[in-house]
Design a protein around this ligand. Structure first.
Ligand code: ADP
Ligand code: DP6
Ligand code: CO
Length: 352
């Protein structure tokens, strides 16, 4: 008997222009467009195996070895149902195809980095889920089409279907059909760009991204200003900076947008604090490092950004990474850089 199984990994992406707010919570349509860099899969990734079998009477999911209930009508159920719908179309066109869409599917996924700690596990997680089901069902879908489905699992996941520099266009269609990810530039366009991940804490965050952003939409006046008057301009500026490999502009806009996202979290009622004292120290270290570079007639040398958690991601040209690691380690001597901090999109751990 045939075994129907596929294993696929997907990398995380870390936004430079942050997605924070939904205009439609069911379809996961955002209040603003966003833009991110997909990290190298050698470092932070989710790996998902999906298996279909006529003997499976229901769909089941294991996350990091522990079974999670698939809530009916929830995001996981929606993604699986959408993928089965695409499979059914294949089966209807070609009657000799096995009827995998009628089988239960068992899914097992693992993250090789902290889950729900502000390092975008929901992004790599749902991208890997959709990609593994696409492989299992041998679907012809392209990454932008798959991004429409991954988006319904977790908004940020739509951007992890592409490598390199990726925009999620907010779209205008009520059914979400134009709210998808597009590639701005492949990774090879700017190979000098590296990312350093500073793991300040691997604890699960107190407020999930989903509930945090919903509260922001309901209570923050600053969010309304951000989505109308700030993000559209920043999207244009950063896309141009990426296409021109202009690190100075990329860094300035990335840091401004991280700061505004955390200001919006603070403007939420009750307020949400995702950064901690160590996060703020890393901001001060990078700020001083950049100040000295500019004072000496140079340009910005590094850009910090923080998602919904305390962990820092520092984007910098490759030549600066060693210096930045040494600088951070000098302030946090107990920090242990990962074994390979200088590889493309390499990582370094910084302990609290
Ligand atoms: P993060 O900052 O890590 O993205 P979120 O609050 O956005 O945190 O989302 C965390 C949730 O994403 C988890 O509780 C889980 O439901 C889901 N998730 C994380 N990893 C995976 C995975 N590999 N496969 C499926 N779902 C995942
Ligand atoms: C701060 O995509 O995790 O990382 O759509 O509710 O699953 P849901 O939220 P999620 O939010 C990510 C928020 C962010 C910014 C970003 O990735 O753009
Ligand atoms: Co997330």
């Amino acid at each position: 008997m045939s075994v129907y199984q596929a294993t696929v990994s997907a990398p995380v992406n870390i936004a430079c222009i942050k997605y924070w707010g939904k205009r439609d919570t069911k379809l996961i349509l955002p209040t603003n467009s966003s833009l991110s860099v997909t990290l190298d899969q050698d470092h932070l990734r989710s790996t998902t195996t999906s298996r279909a079998d006529p003997g499976f009477d229901s769909d089941r999911l294991w996350l990091n070895g522990k079974e999670e209930i698939i809530a009916p009508g929830g995001r996981m159920a929606t993604c699986i149902a959408e993928m089965k719908r695409l499979r059914r179309e294949v089966e209807e066109k070609n009657s000799s195809e096995p009827k995998l869409s009628t089988f239960g599917v068992h899914i097992s996924s693992r993250n090789n980095f902290p889950t729900a700690a502000g390092l975008a596990s929901s992004a790599s997680g749902f991208a890997a889920l959709v990609s593994s089901l696409a492989a299992l069902y041998a679907l012809p879908a392209n990454p932008s089409e798959l991004s429409l489905i991954a988006r319904q699992g977790s908004g940020s996941a739509c951007r992890s279907l592409f490598g390199g520099y990726v925009a999620w266009q907010e779209g205008t269609a009520a059914d979400g059909s134009d709210s998808l990810a597009i590639e701005i530039a492949p990774r090879e366009h700017w190979p000098d760009m590296h990312a350093l991940i500073c793991v300040v804490s691997d604890d699960k965050k107190g407020t999930s991204s989903t509930s945090g952003m919903q509260r922001t939409v309901e209570t923050s006046p600053l969010l309304q200003h951000r989505i109308k008057h700030v993000v559209p301009e920043r999207m244009k500026t950063i896309q141009k900076a990426i296409l021109e490999r202009d690190f100075d502009t990329f860094a300035r806009v990335t840091m401004q947008d991280s700061n505004q996202f955390h200001a919006v979290a603070l403007d939420t009622d009750p307020p949400i604090f995702y950064m901690n004292d160590v996060s703020r120290s890393i901001i001060a270290i990078v700020t001083e490092y950049n100040r000295l570079a500019v004072a000496n007639g140079g340009k910005l040398k590094a850009a910090y950004t923080y998602d919904a958690g305390p962990n820092a991601v520092i984007y910098a040209p490759k030549e600066n990474i060693k210096e930045i690691v040494e600088l951070i380690v000098s302030y946090f001597p107990q920090a242990e850089p990962f074994k390979d901090p200088f590889a493309l999109f390499g990582t370094a751990g910084v302990g609290e």
